[in-house]
Design a binder for this molecule. Structure first.
Ligand code: SF4
Length: 476
């Protein structure tokens, strides 16, 4: 019997390779419970993990041969490795053994007990990561530092820091922050992400200047007509409440809810729901695309044929953002396929950009229109609809991580560059935003086509191509 201790996924993978090359069956291995989360310098059998790693590095030539496994297994294993279940390493090795010994398509058998358990673990970890993204609240540290630093404390169910932290470094790349959890901490200095030991909750600051902002924001989005306390506790588990400043408001908000609902009815106010309620847990483009048609955050879904999500390669470096789908787009379910799409195609060609290299999307995903007889005339989305749909666009941009974003028209420009942005005065200028190093705003092709003055139309097309050429620079 071999006794193996592992602290993380990389340790497990390295040990599993050795065991496979020695033909050690799962019954011949005892994987130690790993919820002690040994760190890099913790003692293992008299030697530190770092020493073991160093030994491994010294013996490069003796590394066990690489094992080829389907990539979904690696993805599954990375998540399962973060689960607290002490049997996870054993279970992973059993599945790996079966895969390399003839059951290559094992993961496709969802009724298999091992596969079922592994999938449940992955689901729990994914859900925990989702909650961490939603519930981490940074507090500013008033320390003697040359720049502002932010700190958050969070208590996840599983050991998810390394899977979750890259999200925060992308989302808050312009600020220095530390996230503490009981088992591990992550630090971002605006350039590099590093990890350290965990800390107890009482090490985190209890309040700061940002707290009132959180509370104001939460009070403004709190919808008294939709109070479901059980669901709220399920979605925002009570154990996270101490680190969420807005939760101190919940009691008061619930008490005042009936009066607020009556007031809203009297004022004919709509409910401030957003697409965030309908976002999937996994926020890759495929999952987002599959979920957007279920969104009911605003009334636009009632009359439109379908939601029109973005199209283009998931690794696109250039993203074009328009306003909303038009009549043809609504029917075909793809953005920029109508007359505006044709003008976009010729302009992209003139700018030396291949459309297939570009990701195209809109700020608002459902078509807003007014019926005139048999015709459906485009209607500009209002600020509430744009606000409601914003989580879809933000999630798309987060998943894409583009080099350059070009906003087509004032609606897209104001959504990404701020409400004060004036297209007629600031068109073509380059700005840094949280979404890309370069964000540019230019005309919307539909606005060019609506221009009654043909000379002006020609001039706008030239400017449009010129602005697109700035996007072409990244392909050169
Ligand atoms: S327009 Fe956006 S927010 Fe409104 S229902 Fe459609 S997807 Fe949801």
């Amino acid at each position: 019997m071999r006794f193996i201790h592992v602290a993380c996924f990389d340790d497990w993978r390295s040990e599993a390779r050795t065991l496979l090359s020695d033909e050690v069956a799962p019954s011949g291995v005892h994987w130690s419970p790993a919820d002690n989360q040994l760190g890099l310098f913790d003692q293992i059998d008299g030697r530190t993990t770092a020493e073991k790693k160093s030994d491994a590095n010294c013996n490069e030539g003796e590394k066990p041969p690489r094992v080829s496994v389907p990539s979904p297994f690696l993805e599954l294993a990375r998540h399962v490795a973060c689960h607290r279940d002490p049997t996870r390493w054993q279970l992973l090795y059993e599945a790996l053994w079966r895969i390399v010994h003839g059951e290559r398509r094992l993961l496709e058998i969802s009724t298999d007990d091992d596969v079922h358990r592994l999938q449940l673990m992955k689901k729990a970890v994914t859900r925990d990561i989702h909650k961490m993204k939603a519930f981490v609240r940074f507090r500013r540290i008033e320390a003697d530092r040359p720049f502002e630093t932010y700190l958050a404390w969070h208590r996840p169910d599983h050991l998810i820091m390394r899977l979750a932290a890259p999200f925060f470094s992308r989302r808050f790349k312009g600020m220095s922050w530390t996230i503490l959890t009981p088992h591990e901490s992550a630090h971002w200095d605006q350039q590099q992400l590093t990890f350290g030991p965990g800390l107890p909750a009482n090490e985190a600051p209890q309040s700061d200047a940002l707290e009132p902002l959180w509370k104001t924001y939460y009070a403004s989005i709190f919808n008294p007509a939709r109070i479901k306390l059980d669901m709220m506790k399920r979605e925002m588990p009570v154990r996270h409440w101490p680190t969420l400043p807005e939760t101190t408001l919940i009691e008061d908000l619930i008490r005042d809810a009936p009066a607020r609902v009556n007031q809203m009815i009297e004022n004919h106010e709509g409910f401030a729901e957003t697409g965030a309620h309908y976002l999937p847990i996994e926020q890759d483009l495929k999952s987002l695309r599959q979920s957007v048609n279920k969104c009911r955050a605003c009334h636009l879904c009632n009359d439109a044929t379908q939601a029109v999500f973005g199209v283009g390669p998931p690794n696109a470096r250039l993203v074009l953002v328009g306003e909303q789908p038009g009549d043809r787009e609504d029917i075909e379910g793809k953005p920029f396929v109508g007359p505006a799409g044709e003008l976009l195609n010729t302009s992209l060609r003139d700018a030396g950009i291949k459309r297939r290299d570009v990701y195209l999307t809109n700020v608002v995903k459902h078509f807003k229109f007014e019926r005139r007889g048999k015709r459906r005339l485009h209607k500009k989305p209002d600020s509430r609809e744009i606000y409601a749909c914003r989580p879809w666009l933000e999630s798309e941009l987060m998943a894409l991580q583009p080099k350059i974003v070009i906003c087509l028209g004032a609606t897209a420009a104001q959504a990404l560059l701020g409400r004060d942005f004036r297209l007629s005065q600031q068109r073509g200028g380059i700005q840094v935003t949280q979404w890309s190093e370069r964000t540019i705003a230019t005309w919307h092709p539909a606005a060019i086509l609506r221009m009654p003055d043909k000379n002006r139309e020609r001039e706008m097309i030239e400017q449009f191509v010129q602005d697109l050429k700035q996007g072409n620079e990244i392909f050169e």
